[in-house]
Design a protein around this ligand. Structure first.
Ligand code: NAD
Length: 375
């Protein structure tokens, strides 16, 4: 079975879907691994390290796409590249399936099996292949480091002969995987952290990390069986915005990470709240790439509001620590392939009765097979 890892199409993408350690693991399973030359250029893995791990390097991207049994990549492919896959090929990547119905149709047309990393179930068994978590964890870390870097002050309290510097006040909105890491990182740097989420268990997790939980009575909020938050009603959202406005105004750093699975992230910080914040304070929006939690933030850009608030809407935060992001992402790919590896046939077995595959296999045998996207 031939596994091909192409270089990413997006020039801003710094991560690689496979690193040398993952290559070695897959070669150990009995797979032939081919990677596009310079795939690891931006994450400190030269071609030689892939070769040493047992991969073949190629510059023939189209030929390799057309001959591979499995393609691993981070971002979704173009329509043209889907058509270049060979019939029956398995393509594993982030796919944004809620917004890409035409792309899913192209996969079905090409008779290839599309596996969406976003749709891997959030279960204990699937944790080792959960790329959303492995990347969100690093994004949460980078959000805090970025904020600390942009702030013209320090995070920890310092008592010096020249006076006392107060600890930075950090407010984390959304306490999922990224939010928890943001809290832990900000605490390690000595900040005073407040956090809010619509899920009570998330507030308790924040408290166990030493943050102060902001509790807002929103009435029934609910969640999905995967542990995701449900979308709030407009009234609940307004109540939340009002209740957290004061905390934002007093914070040196606000980090937003709130997402609602399969939908646009909610706007949690309106322009008037940004207007009420102190000059020099920093807002980092981890949801910016998919629409943002903060009014006025520009996805992919850093701007400054009229009252001097630094608005950081950068995309691909995890890409700033591309070596470690690639390490855990590549491990997710290799773990998935290993989990479904058929020892005898030396091939990845597609079994639509399997619980994990039911969650993340979107197209197979010329059709969209996933329940949520069939229509
Ligand atoms: P996410 O990225 O989808 O969302 C981030 C956070 O935003 C969530 O905590 C969500 O509750 C919160 N949020 C949504 N609307 C909000 C609002 N209006 N205000 C404030 N916060 C809001 O979440 P995620 O990090 O992908 O995690 C989702 C869930 O999956 C969590 O419960 C997590 O513990 C769980 N999880 C389970 C496993 C596992 O069992 N293997 C692995 C990873 C995550």
């Amino acid at each position: 079975m031939k596994i091909f890892a192409p270089k990413e199409n997006d020039p801003k993408e710094t991560r690689a879907s496979l690193d040398p350690a993952a290559v070695a693991k897959l070669v150990g399973l009995g797979a032939e691994v081919v990677v596009e030359s310079q795939i690891g250029e931006e994450c400190d893995h030269p071609d030689a390290s892939y070769k040493e791990a047992g991969a073949t390097l190629t510059t023939d991207r189209v030929g390799s796409l057309g001959s591979a049994d499995i393609v691993t990549r981070i971002r979704k492919p173009s329509d043209i590249e889907v058509a270049q896959l060979k019939e029956g090929a398995i393509h594993i990547s982030f796919l944004d399936p809620f917004n890409e119905s035409e792309l899913l149709a192209k996969f079905a047309e090409a008779k290839s099996t599309a596996i969406s990393l976003e749709m891997v179930p959030r279960s204990t068994l699937a944790q080792k292949m959960d790329a959303i978590s492995s990347q969100a964890n690093l994004a949460g870390y980078v959000a805090v480091i970025t904020a600390a870097n942009r702030m013209n002050g320090i995070f920890p309290m310092m008592m010096t002969p020249a006076g006392t510097i107060s600890p930075a006040k950090v407010f984390v909105l959304g306490i999922g995987v990224a939010g928890l890491q943001a809290i832990a990182t900000a605490k390690r740097l000595g900040a005073r952290v407040t956090a809010f989420d619509v899920r009570e268990e998330a507030l308790e997790q924040a408290e166990s990390l030493g943050a102060k939980a902001l509790r807002i009575d929103l009435g029934e909020t609910g969640g999905t069986d995967q542990g995701y938050a449900k979308e709030l009603t407009p009234e609940q959202l307004q109540r939340q915005q009002e209740a957290q406005a004061k905390v934002c105004a007093q914070s040196d750093v606000v980090i937003t990470t709130a997402k609602v699975f399969g939908r646009k992230p909610p706007i949690l910080i309106k322009k008037e709240v940004v207007d009420s914040m102190q000059n020099g304070s920093v807002v980092v929006d981890l949801a910016a790439e998919t629409g943002g939690n903060v009014e006025g933030i520009t996805p992919g850009e850093e701007t400054v509001s009229d009252n001097g608030v630094k608005l950081v809407g950068l995309a691909n935060f995890e890409g700033q620590v591309s070596k470690h992001a690639s390490q855990v992402l590549a491990a997710n790919f290799a773990n998935m392939i290993e989990h479904f590896w058929d020892e005898e046939k030396k091939a990845l077995k597609i079994d639509l009765e399997d619980e994990i595959q039911q969650g993340c296999v979107i197209t197979h045998n010329g059709a969209v097979v996933h329940e949520r996207f069939k229509d």
